[in-house]
Each structure stands twice: as structure tokens, then as C-alpha cells.
Design a protein around this ligand. Structure first.
Ligand code: FAD
Ligand code: PHB
Length: 391
């Protein structure tokens, strides 16, 4: 098998890269180790930045998102039992976010790739990359019991945090930056009407809580928890009692409760691998960097990476230009580190740290008080949350 760009991973990064390249007349093959049904059912992100939404629309994969996604013009920060609205649109010259589940984006991208004759190999096993230091890299994998080799000109490592591409870069040629947080998120999906028109990020002495949504009938909510806890320790009544306690306001607000149809625990970390390139291998998305979900940036960063990468690959494959490929890592890392800072800041401002240090809690409340009363400070939050302009 031969193609121009071999892409490992059919997450948002890999699928979108394949689609962007296709629009430029560049051929690619996507190798994914899970099944189509599995990737289309994995519950992850929900918040799309304005730039992500604009891009999906511009490339013809935004139709269902426009019909079924919910545009939100603000978020609420809740602390000391009171809600404070951050008017995202007013603070950013009319920008907004769209709540549309990541697995719906995945479904739309898979459908678009297949409709355009794109090649996605699902359930590709034992994927490994070779020859990235030379000019004829390749990807080996197993499919339907057969060993295969895909010869390519360039390889994109879009295989997420636990993928194989990052570790194909020799350790001496990469630097990794990590921060692991001493807490996780307990995520639920509940069959209930929305509790609020906008997302609610809550600071509480019992721990952070987030109210998000998926549809008029299905809600997504998160609680700060011990990252080593087990969902088996959390019967529904314990979950609801914790949400009621953390989300309570002085005027008696309470979330709408319903049957909980999914529970999972998510570890929280910040991570960056530099540079994003080694020879003919280019990392994008979670394969290269992780942010804690508090800033809702992970999927959006994956999108921003492949937008830059698709242009660079196109310039190289069409015109033999090296300059954009040479600049890819630097260009993408500027946005990555801004998002790392924003996500760390939101996380630090809103979560309880072990030991419940009263000094730190006063600092958090001072910061929340400032963000919700100062227009410049609120603008900082808003412009990062809706997404800074794509370079
Ligand atoms: P992934 O989505 O991880 O895709 C990688 C793909 O590669 C997967 O399909 C995987 O099966 C495949 N793969 C892995 N290894 C191999 C291999 N060896 N061979 C072949 N294929 C392989 N981000 C936001 O922007 N907004 C949010 O609101 C948000 N909320 C989140 C909430 C939660 C609970 C979590 C967990 C994440 C959230 N994120 C959010 C982050 C977001 O989900 C990720 O950043 C995003 O999925 C990154 O996309 P990706 O394509 O880089 O990687
Ligand atoms: C979600 O809806 O899954 C979601 C929303 C906001 C976040 C993270 C996740 O910050």
C-alpha cells in the first residue's frame, strides 16, 4: 500500500487532517486501532470554540452541528453560593461556543471521509512507524490477520496520549513537560432536562462541580473526585447528594435529577511534548499535548494543530516547500502553551487541593471575585474560552 500521508488515529485530529488534505487534493490513509462503532460511541468533549465551529462549517461538515448543537453566549461561574454570568459574546465582539458532543463530530467526519472515497482502516492492530529519519517512512500494521505496510511521504501521529507515535521519537530528541493534578473528574450522563441555559463552573469547599449539557433530554455533569476512586463507590443517590451540596445557591437552586446512564472517572494532567516533529513524523492533538478539561480546550487544540499541519503538508507535497513544515512545531506550540496556561489557571482557580489550605481558598475566591467584577479580567477568560484567533 502507498499513500502521500499516513495518519495514525481516527480521533478529531486524524479525521480532520485527512479531510483537510483531501480538499487540497492530497491523498491519505487513516489507521485506527478501534472499530468504527467504538470511536463513534466514546463520550468525551462537548465544547467547540468559535474557530472550530467556523472551520467545520467552511469545509462542509457542519450541517448537523448547526442543526443539533447549542450555541451558548455565556457561562456561569458559581462560588459562595452565588452565580455570576460571564457574557462571552459581549466580551469578545460577538463570539460564542457551541455545545456539540465530540462523538457527533467524529460521526460527521467519518461520514464525510467515506462519502468522499477516503480510506479509514478500522481495527488496525500492532501499528508501528518506521524510517522517519529518512525520506521513505512507512507504517506497519495488522489487519484481518494479515501484516501490511503503508509506504508514505509524511506521517501524522494523531493517536492520542496513549498512542505509539510519540514514543517513536527518540527520547534524546524530545522534551516532555508534565503536571499531574491530585484530583480527577467524575463524569455522568443523566436523562433529565437541562438544569441551566448555560454551563455552570462551580467552586465549592467540597470540590469543583460542572453542569454541562448534550441535548434537551440528556445532560453531562462532572464532580471533582479522587482520581483513584472507583465508580462502584458512587451509587446514584451519593452522586446527586454531592451535586446538590456543591451547586446549592442562597436562592434555593437545585439541579434536575434523572436516571444516570453513564459514569466514568477522568484523570487530570497537563502535558506537552516538544518538538512536535521528528524527521517525517508530525504529532498533533493529544498525542503531543494534554490539558485538564476545565478550559474545554483539548479537542479545539487538536483542530488548531491539524489546520496548521494540513497547510504545511500541502505546501510540501504540492510545491516541495519545506518552510511551513519546518515552522509547524513552533507555530502550533505557541497556541498549545497559551491553552496550557489557560487550562491550568481555570483548574487552579476552581478545584480544592488536598489539605484544603485556607490561604489558597481565599486566593481562589479573590481571583473569582476579580474575574466576575473586572471587565478586563473577564475579557481574558472570555477570549481564551471562545478561542483566540487561529494563526
Ligand atoms: P483522540 O481523540 O484520543 O484520538 C486518538 C485516536 O487514535 C483514537 O481513536 C484511538 O483509538 C486511536 N489510537 C490510539 N492508539 C492507536 C494506535 N496504536 N494505533 C492506531 N490508532 C490508535 N476538549 C475540548 O476541546 N472541549 C471539551 O469540552 C473537552 N472535554 C473533555 C472531557 C473529557 C471527559 C475528556 C476525557 C476530554 C475532554 N476534552 C475536551 C479533550 C478531548 O476529548 C481530546 O483533547 C481530543 O479527543 C483529542 O483528539 P485527538 O484526535 O488528538 O485524540
Ligand atoms: C463537556 O460538556 O463535556 C464539557 C464542558 C466543559 C468542559 C469540559 C467538558 O470544560
Amino acid at each position: 500500500m502507498r499513500t502521500q500521508v499516513g495518519i495514525v488515529g481516527a480521533g478529531p485530529a486524524g479525521l480532520l487532517l485527512s479531510h483537510l488534505l483531501h480538499r487540497e487534493g492530497i491523498e491519505s490513509v487513516v489507521l485506527e486501532n478501534r472499530s468504527r462503532a467504538a470511536i463513534e460511541a466514546t463520550i468525551r468533549a462537548g465544547v467547540l470554540e468559535q474557530g472550530t465551529v467556523d472551520l467545520l462549517k467552511a469545509i462542509g461538515v457542519g450541517g448537523r452541528m448547526e442543526r443539533e448543537g447549542a450555541v451558548h453566549h455565556g457561562i456561569e461561574l458559581r462560588f459562595d453560593g452565588r452565580g455570576h454570568r460571564i457574557d462571552l459574546s459581549d466580551l469578545t465582539g460577538g463570539k460564542a461556543i457551541t455545545v456539540y458532543a465530540q462523538h457527533e463530530v467524529i460521526k460527521d467526519l467519518v461520514a464525510a471521509r467515506l462519502a468522499a472515497g477516503g480510506n479509514i482502516v478500522f481495527e488496525a492492530g500492532d501499528v508501528s512507524v518506521h524510517g522517519i529519519d529518512g525520506t521513505t517512512p512507512s507504517i506497519r500494521f495488522r489487519h484481518d490477520g494479515e501484516s501490511e505496510e503503508l509506504a508514505c511521504e509524511l506521517i501524522a501521529g494523531c493517536d492520542g496520549f496513549h498512542g505509539v507515535c510519540r514514543s517513536a521519537i527518540p527520547q534524546s530528541a524530545r522534551t516532555e513537560f508534565t503536571r499531574v493534578y491530585p484530583f480527577g473528574w467524575f463524569g455522568i450522563l443523566t436523562q433529565a432536562p437541562p438544569s441551566s441555559r448555560e454551563l455552570i463552573y462551580t467552586h465549592h469547599s467540597r470540590g469543583f462541580a460542572l453542569v454541562s449539557t448534550r441535548s434537551p433530554e440528556l445532560q453531562r455533569m462532572y464532580l471533582q473526585c479522587d482520581p483513584h476512586d472507583d465508580v462502584a463507590n458512587w451509587p446514584d443517590e451519593r452522586i446527586w447528594s454531592e451535586f446538590r451540596a456543591r451547586l446549592a445557591t442562597h436562592d434555593g437552586w437545585a439541579p434536575h435529577e434523572g436516571p444516570i446512564i453513564q459514569k466514568n472517572i477522568i484523570a487530570m494532567r497537563s502535558f506537552v511534548c516538544e518538538p512536535l516533529r521528528h524527521g517525517r513524523l508530525f504529532l498533533a492533538g493529544d498525542a503531543a499535548h494534554i490539558v485538564p478539561p476545565t478550559g474545554a480546550k483539548g479537542l479545539n487544540l487538536a483542530v488548531a494543530d491539524v489546520r496548521v499541519l494540513s497547510r504545511a503538508m500541502t505546501a510540501f507535497l504540492r510545491e516541495g516547500r519545506h518552510d511551513l513544515l519546518d515552522e509547524y512545531s513552533q507555530t502550533a506550540l505557541r497556541r498549545v502553551w497559551r491553552a496550557e496556561h489557560f487550562s491550568w489557571w481555570m483548574t487552579t482557580m476552581l478545584h480544592q487541593f488536598p489539605g484544603n489550605d485556607p490561604f489558597q481558598e481565599r486566593l481562589q475566591l479573590a481571583e473569582l471575585g476579580y474575574v466576575t467584577t473586572s471587565r478586563p479580567k473577564a475579557t481574558t477568560l472570555a477570549e481564551n474560552y471562545v478561542g483566540l484567533p487561529l494563526e
